[in-house]
Design a binder for this molecule. Structure first.
Ligand SMILES: C[S@@+](CC[C@H](N)C(=O)[O-])C[C@H]1O[C@@H](n2cnc3c(N)ncnc32)[C@H](O)[C@@H]1O
Length: 228
């Protein structure tokens, strides 16, 4: 189980000012390329409507906007008002919306694709999270999940050292925050491994589910297609 939603929201409200800086540091500068790859995996094209859930400070949604162009539509949804404020400062061309990933305020099939980046691990019910993403994507469209995952055996000792030791230390030094950057490794360890996550996506109704490990394997991008 993750923390109760109110505590997750309060935690992200609190860490917003240091969030982007911490992401660059924790990912050794690779998070931008991971998000670009997630957007390519979504298959969106100019003119499409795309949704980014758990959008945080907005970087993945902004990447989606590049792909759909100004002819398209991008909605970024998050339940942290502080995160949304930071996102609003970055782009006025995206619809930034406060809402719950487990009860999306959209019609069935409203979007060509939906993404979620480093958000699924925070949801109380990943199966329902995927089912909601699948519901709001049109038949044939894709759901993409970018997330931290169990690394392959050869990378596990380094990944553990980094996630369990370095990340909490960086959090304390850079973000002046202890709890959130202890919560992060704990949330990674209790999250389903990549193959189990793929099975959760299939149970949520997605088809042709596949995943690819990135940057040594501690991050994965999962893609599923909404059946016709
Ligand atoms: C680790 S951040 C990821 C932000 C962004 N997607 C990125 O790539 O950096 C997780 C985000 O999920 C949001 N979140 C967690 N649970 C949520 C829920 N049930 N509904 C909406 N947003 C949620 C948090 O507020 C936070 O902004």
């Amino acid at each position: 189980m993750t923390l109760p939603p109110d505590q997750v929201r309060a935690m992200f409200d609190r860490i917003t000012p240091a969030y982007d800086r911490m992401n660059r540091l924790m990912s050794l500068g690779m998070d931008g390329s991971w998000r670009a790859l997630a957007v390519r995996a979504s298959g969106v094209a100019p003119g499409d409507a795309a949704l980014d859930v758990c959008c945080g400070t907005g970087d993945l949604a902004i990447e989606l906007l590049d792909a759909v162009s100004t002819r398209g539509r991008v909605v970024g949804l998050d339940f942290s008002e502080a995160m949304l404020d930071a996102a609003r400062r970055k782009s006025s061309q995206i619809e930034w919306l406060r809402g719950d990933a487990l009860a999306l305020p959209f019609a069935d099939g409203e979007f060509a694709a939906a993404t979620i980046g480093f958000g699924m691990r925070n949801l109380a019910d990943p199966l329902r999270g995927f089912a909601e993403l699948a519901r709001v994507v049109r038949p044939g469209g894709r759901v993409v999940c970018l997330e931290l995952t169990d690394p392959p055996a050869w990378a596990a000792p380094f990944a553990r050292l980094w996630t369990d030791r370095a990340v909490p230390l960086l959090g304390r030094l850079i973000a002046r925050e202890t709890d959130a950057y202890r919560y992060l490794p704990a949330s990674v360890h209790r999250f389903p491994p990549a193959d189990e996550l793929a099975a959760v996506m299939s149970r949520a109704g997605l088809r042709r589910v596949r995943f690819r490990r990135l940057s040594g394997g501690a991050v994965a991008v999962h893609v599923g297609t909404v059946p016709a």
